[in-house]
Ligand binder design. Structure first.
Ligand SMILES: [Fe+2]
Ligand SMILES: [Fe+2]
Length: 370
């Protein structure tokens, strides 16, 4: 086995300088830990020694120019290449406004981090001999510049992707985008709550990648640790730096006899100076804010519980979302009615046959490249 590359993935950093932090009691994300948590990761990566770093979008809290500028200055100090793609929170309107950047500015600002050709918001980069990266833009906008509710890959980008894929036969190529292209939750593509996190025309991407034997996509947006698989195509979605369990991944690509293997190890930020019990506090924070979400889940399809029934069960499910976010969920709700139990159990870490499969955090994936 020869080591081809070691790299890290940090997603949904939502970088927020202290004076830019939104002051809202219902805010779901602990953006105040973004900078100290990122610094801690950079220290760790310095010790480990990596060849490159992937940041699959939602780099800043909410499009703020000064948060982007802080991050770019920090990334410029690193000794290894960093590649980014835009998330929905990086460009909140296509044309930007006074305090937030436009999509065109995003490309120009991040030209040292993937966008060496500033004419389009997606890129193809040869990382090293035998390893390529395609960075896609999954942010779509209405004609008036407002963001779309879901992710979207426009036809021009898909045509461009076809041209790239035609040149990439037998080259190991990683793909990075912000929104999900495979389902990470039951019925994610068909439920209004789940669709928001997916690329609306995801099959236009996944079919192309499967035909071209591209084996793996790296995404974010969902703030959940999950690895999904459709035939030979994997999607590794990495949870958010600013929400429980504050994860990041270190990956090793090795080759042996023409086969490629991706070894993934996940780590967590256990504490930062102002948050000495970050893991426990953050899980609590998420539980405290998840009641409206659980009510919506229980009262919509397929359960359609009445609000009165849902209110009865929601408190017992306060850690449900945190457990999903942590990946490798093992749910047992034997005290609940069978129909509810079956539905909630389907959110456990299961393979396509419904058998337990714990690959969300630590995994060894054999990648098909021809
Ligand atoms: Fe995010
Ligand atoms: Fe996002």
């Amino acid at each position: 086995m020869a080591l081809l590359a070691r790299f890290a993935v940090v997603s949904d950093l939502h970088i927020a300088l202290p004076h830019t932090v939104w002051d809202s009691p219902s805010r779901f994300h602990l953006v105040e830990v973004s900078i100290p948590a990122f610094e801690q990761i950079l220290d760790h990566l310095e010790q480990v020694g990596i060849d490159f770093l992937l940041l699959p979008g939602d780099l800043v809290q909410h499009g703020e120019r000064e948060n982007h500028e802080w991050l770019i200055r920090r990334l410029e100090q690193l000794s290894y290449p960093v590649y980014v793609v835009p998330g929905n929170h990086d460009v909140i309107r296509q044309g930007g406004c006074d305090r937030t950047i436009s999509l065109d500015e995003f490309i120009l600002m991040y030209q040292n981090f993937g966008y060496s050709d500033p004419s389009r918001p997606y890129y193809h980069h040869k990382i090293l001999d035998g390893l390529h990266l395609i960075g896609l833009n999954s942010n779509g906008f209405e004609p008036n510049g407002d963001p779309l509710y879901t992710g979207w890959l426009d036809p021009e980008q898909l045509d461009w992707l076809d041209q790239q894929l035609a040149q990439l036969t037998d080259q190991l190529t990683l793909v990075m985008l912000h929104h999900n292209a495979l389902e990470h939750l039951p019925r994610q593509a068909s439920s209004p709550m789940g669709q928001r996190y997916m690329v609306k025309n995801a099959s236009d991407l996944t079919q192309r990648l499967q035909t071209a034997n591209l084996p793996v996509m790296f995404t974010g947006h969902l703030h959940v640790q999950d690895i999904a698989q459709a035939d030979q195509l994997y999607e590794v979605t990495t949870g958010s730096l600013v929400s429980y369990p504050h994860p990041y991944r270190i990956c090793e690509l090795t080759t042996a006899n023409d086969a490629h293997c991706l070894d993934i190890t996940s780590h967590r930020i256990e504490a930062v100076p102002d948050w000495p019990t970050l893991q426990a506090t953050s899980q609590q924070w998420m539980g405290d804010r998840s009641f409206p979400f659980m009510m919506k889940l229980l009262t919509s399809s397929p359960l359609y519980l009445s609000p009165v029934e849902a209110e009865q069960y929601a408190p017992a499910l306060r850690d449900f979302w945190a457990t999903i976010a942590a990946g490798d969920a093992r749910f047992d709700f034997s005290e609940l009615p069978p129909q509810l139990q079956r539905y909630l159990h389907s959110f456990s870490a299961l393979d396509t046959d419904g058998q337990p499969r714990y690959i969300d955090n630590d995994a060894t994936l054999w990648l098909q490249t021809h």
